[in-house]
Design a protein around this ligand. Sequence first.
Ligand code: ATP
Length: 661
Amino acid sequence: MRPHIAPEDRILRARQEFFETGSVSDQKVSTLLLRSWERSRGYGLQASSRLLRDAARLSAPLGIEEANAQLVGHSRSEMERLHHAFSGGNWLVALVNAEGVVVRSVGGEHATTRELVSVLRPGTDVSERTIGTNGPGSALVERRPMLIRGHEHFLDEAAEFTCAAVPLVDPFGAPAGALDISYLYTPSQIDPLQLLATAARAIENQMLDSLNNVTVVRFHYRPDMLRTPYAALLAVSYDGYVIGANQSARATLCLGDGSLKRLEFSSLFDLPLPQLIVASRLSTPALVHRHSGVRLYASASEHQGKELQHATEPAHRGAGVGSAAGVARAASRAATHGSTASALAQPGDESYLMADSRLQASFDKARRAFDRDIPVIVYGETGTGKEVFAQRLHTGGPRHGGSLVAINCFALPASLIESELFGYEHGAFTGGRRGGAPGKFEEAHNGTLFLDEIGDMPFDVQGRLLRVLQERKVTRLGSSREIAVNISLICATHRSLPELVAEGKFREDLFYRLSGVSITLPPLRERSDLRQLIDWLLAREALNVFAEHAPYRLDDDALDTLLNYRWPGNVRELRSVLRAAAALGDSDGEIRAEHLPLELVEQVETARLNTPLSSCAPGTLAAMETDAIRQALELHHGNIAATARSLGIGRATLHRKLNKM
Ligand SMILES: Nc1ncnc2c1ncn2[C@@H]1O[C@H](COP(=O)(O)OP(=O)(O)OP(=O)(O)O)[C@@H](O)[C@H]1O
């Protein structure tokens, strides 16, 4: 039988062995602890050194809290709670930044903790490299919770303390700091790690929740857990990419620890994000499925950005957490600024709903080609979303770090297209800018060039365009110097390029060079997600007006009209109709048919009247009802409201019956 050895004795023996022989036999200490001792010795530290009260350790005595304001802000309430929980003992709660410097400490009012207060005062460096094995310093290195008691510390002089620490990880997977509870060592077994871990999760969730310009998605297998520190959280950029995740989400979805590269939200769950947002606005957690079939409850909330100047991810890292998803948005806004295609620059235009399976399949096809540098040409009626489609391709594409530069070949006079595309040198033509100007090709270098309405490109510019695309070099007007350009290419048109080629208006060789993959966006009247799009645009409209606006609701007639209209102007028209209706609707958010444009309502009613009514077997109840409706419609000249009134039924019921006939 092995003799019982008190834990303190065991540690003392292990320590002695380590310092005499350089290793420890018989697993007297955990591998984690042994590793930390070895590292400490490797840093050149001596156990006998007296470093804890050394003033040189005070790396940043002044302003350290302000310098880590965001980390401190996210942690403040959890630190207070911990302090409250541990207020009966000789405890000190400390927050350490990613470099291992204490940025804030609370507690230590007790006389016996005076020592601790001085050892852990703000500005003090407690990294493992500086003072050897200790709770927060070692937790930062190991990226896991550490409980270091008495002589487990590397320094002899730290043996009077115990510290428990849990690392904090930011939403992008980078270390953000550590939360620590220290107290005077007593052999009794107190383990605050569980409480600390809960507090650390709450702090990490606050970091993620504070990101701007993202949708925060929470999920858990229990709906009642969504608002607790145990919920899994994702930050999703406006274009559908997961850019941040808490540890719970990483573990549940097997996302790993590091940064999340090009992970689309749609690849995680079966419910599209816009629908999840709309469902969440109705305040019910939605049931979502992983593609493996696992069922989870989820909710989503949009975090509007205050500013867009944060253009790179590292700016959001660590203590600087506070704004995200600016990357592509800033780039595309900068790119479209001043361009002829300016639709993307309007607030809220980033939204893109793609619940229609045909549209989704087209997007997947385009994405595969685009990612392999094959040019994509997007066909579609006006307003079907060709430009937003291009923007989405660019944001997730191989050159998303560069700009998306758009040029509308129809809106520009032929004489200007050449200089806009290829740029010009000083003096190339009268009226040109002093010093010349780069063209869109140069602006799109390492990004994407979007040639909108390519079917309207003047014939004589087409040859030059083809040369640039083939040689990947551009020459400014008035210059002979060739400039290499590296771009992805997307073109769009509402015209048929094959027909234009047949008519001799579009060069065949350019047509083949451009159309690596052709996509046709369905017109709105053929989309299966019209209903979702209406809800989605209305939900966004409510957000655009002011955050507290009551959700907009359509009554049956208004909805029926919207669903049956032909939408020649497609999503653009739908969007402006809804925007106007939202403005005209009642203050409680109800939108009725009278808030819709008259011509829209009339067109739907006329179309209905012209639809032949189906024949029913004569004498049946259905046939008698059909006859009654027909007669009433004729009597009231097709006026739905009057017809419904005369039949003693509501307009919605009449619409339903007409639809069935
Ligand atoms: N799937 C969608 N989800 C949400 N909004 C959309 C969608 N498609 C288009 N829109 C919105 O509709 C409007 C028109 O889109 P866009 O300018 O991309 O169309 P387009 O096909 O390029 O039009 P045009 O041919 O006239 O240039 C924009 O405000 C855009 O944000």
